[in-house]
Design a protein around this ligand. Structure first.
Ligand SMILES: [Zn+2]
Length: 141
């Protein structure tokens, strides 16, 4: 039977991650393998991402690999430069989810909490103690 990383993530952090993401693009939450190896299910290798961001991470990575294979000098390879710019943009977005994961690790609660509730708490913590730019929803506060 295939390993259910979403279930593992949910139980590990005692979080309900089965609802919809309430960001710009609606969608579900998905668990991404950081090293792109779907067999590496160690918790360090897993990260919760909204579906739309997860898809972007995969599509950009795929095209960068293809563009690199062409072996054109990167500076003059316009499509590759555009992809690298996208990587930087998506990296900033994924970093927020990485910090959320760290927050979830240090604030595990006894009762199951909904992910949107956890995100709200995390955003407040960002403003009060941390870096406001790492908030997941920018417009809530
Ligand atoms: Zn993935």
């Amino acid at each position: 039977m295939e390993f259910d990383c979403k279930k593992y993530y949910s139980e590990y952090y005692n979080a309900d991650i089965y609802g919809n993401f309430e960001g710009e693009d609606d969608g579900f939450y998905e668990v991404h393998h950081i090293d792109f190896n779907e067999r590496n299910n160690r918790m360090e290798n897993l990260i919760l991402l909204p579906e739309s961001l997860h898809k972007k991470v995969h599509s950009v990575t795929k095209t960068v690999r293809r563009d690199l294979d062409i072996r054109m000098i990167p500076f003059f390879n316009e499509p590759l430069v555009n992809r690298i710019e996208q990587i930087i943009k998506f990296r900033e977005e994924t970093l927020k989810w990485y910090y959320l994961k760290r927050y979830m690790g240090s604030h595990k609660s006894e009762e199951i909490k909904n992910i949107s509730e956890i995100i709200k708490e995390y955003n407040i913590m960002c403003i009060v103690f941390y870096k406001p730019e790492l908030r997941i929803f920018e417009n809530d506060y």
